[in-house]
Design a protein. Sequence first.
Length: 204
Amino acid sequence: MSVKTGQAQDGDYSAFNIGLATARQESIYGLFRRNANERQPWRLQSWLVESDRLLLDKFPALPDFATYTENPADYIFDWRRELKVNIRHIVEDNLTRFPEELQGEPYALELSLNGVVEVAKKRVQHNYKTAVPFWYPPHQQVQLLLPLSLREPSKVDLALVVSRRGEHYRGDTVLTTGMAYNNARLLARPDGDWLHPATSPDDA
């Protein structure tokens, strides 16, 4: 990940492009002001759009948005590559994230999840936007979210977290759709056909 920051001519302000935009496609910036506290030299002052007078007055040129990978292909799921998923591990470690009515039979859930993952791969093959990218700071890596429909085809219950491992992908864990949306929106506004803000506390 590479975050580009800019400093004002007078040295009192610093700004960075957060990578999100308004409905009018104006970039949004985080504006910091120099702090007298030496332990914390900068403090966040506000969030501003690129046309804000303060930004225009203070900065001769505004920094571009952050880049998370040098390879644009990292944002797209390559359905030709093998996807390896440790189904048993995912179910055992994340059972409470699955729909409550499915939690009572873990083995049956494992069998079901195997088929659901295959359906998700086909869905991405038909529409590449189905795989939603997000940034995972601990690994400094762009990962992908695939929709899992366990109960009915039209309802997404969970998101499978997929990471690139050499020439194949690995399914690492599952997230509720609310968790998945919150993660994805840090990279960009999700544009998938299934990932939306949480509508209930159970989704978060």
